[in-house]
Design a protein around this ligand. Structure first.
Ligand code: RIB
Length: 302
């Protein structure tokens, strides 16, 4: 019995965002816009994105017992996410310092805070939640051993989706569970060890990641959409609708959440990715991460 379409295991950050004309060089100071504080974090973003689309969603994360933690919990609850498993305390809530340039591109530095204290024991304590989840989705702003424990905690038949961001070398136990591994070209290069891959060949990267053991791979290509690949078949490009980008923060999280949800409903990878690129495209048209995530009606209208 699956009570949850999606269980997200991951980070929750307060995003401190400043718009800039350009980023400072080392040793330089530039002036930016007024500071905006938004709920963010790759895990919390995925949970809100999925719930807003209509998925029955739970979040397993850790926040501090502070104002940022309350901001994050309020945002989750407003979207309809089950926050019963969110741990509170142990360290301040994670913070992301984000600059957004006029093209909508962002640069992010994360101070993990409480995210770094989400432990394998927290996963084991949530065994009941894992037993009721159709899909488990994780990212790498929490300890890798916690992600590994999430792989082990999955119920038989439940699917595991990983966005390895920020990228780290992945143990075989994690890589071979990914169905799919969802990553951008920079992350793909890192996971593959950097050398020997043509920058203009995402298909080659996807094939190499399959050869390393991932069950399926989705390479996100920004405004170009995504590339999906699974064992045996040829890689398929899934184009994105053209939109005016205001702020790309969190668009990848919305894409991954939408993909994970639709896969859990039984869609094939190409069909789920075709829906997910529309969700990602909608998310870049508004400022902020969670505030920009669309409803299913908004995706249909795109
Ligand atoms: O993917 C976007 C997210 O990355 C931001 O919300 C920020 O918190 C960082 O985790």
């Amino acid at each position: 019995m699956n009570d949850y379409d999606l269980l997200v295991v991951g980070s929750a950050n307060a995003d401190l965002v400043i718009g800039v004309e350009r980023r400072p060089a080392p040793g330089e100071t530039v002036l930016g816009s007024d500071l905006a504080v938004h709920p963010g974090g790759k895990g919390a973003n995925q949970a809100v994105a999925a719930a807003r689309l209509g998925a029955r969603t739970a979040l397993l994360a850790r926040v501090g017992d502070d104002a940022h933690g309350r901001l994050l919990l309020d945002s989750q609850r407003a979207a309809g996410v089950d926050t019963g498993a969110v741990r509170v305390g142990g360290a301040p809530t994670g913070v992301a310092l984000i600059t957004v340039d006029p093209s909508g591109d962002n640069s992010i530095v994360v101070s993990p805070g409480a995210n770094a204290r989400l432990t394998p024991d927290d996963i084991r304590d949530a065994a009941g939640l894992f037993a009721r989840a159709r899909v488990v989705s994780a990212q790498l702003e929490i300890p890798l051993e916690t992600v590994t424990e999430a792989v082990r905690a999955r119920a038989a038949g439940s699917r595991f989706v990983l966005n390895p961001s920020p990228p780290r070398p992945l143990p075989a136990e994690v890589l071979t569970a990914c169905d799919p591994l969802v990553l951008n070209e920079h992350e793909a290069r890192f996971v593959l060890g950097g050398d020997g891959f043509d920058d203009k060949d995402p298909e080659g990267r996807a094939r190499a990641l399959l050869a390393r053991g991932a069950r399926s791979v989705v390479v996100t290509l920004g405004a170009e959409g995504a590339l999906v690949a699974e064992g045996g078949g040829t890689a398929v490009r899934v184009p994105s609708p053209r939109v005016g980008a205001v702020d790309t923060t969190g668009a990848g999280d919305a894409f991954t959440a939408a993909l994970a949800w639709r896969l859990g409903l039984g869609e094939d990878l190409v069909t789920a990715a075709a829906f997910a690129v529309r969700v990602g495209a909608a998310a870049v048209t508004k400022e902020g991460a969670q505030a920009s995530f669309p409803t299913a009606e908004e995706v249909a209208a795109l």
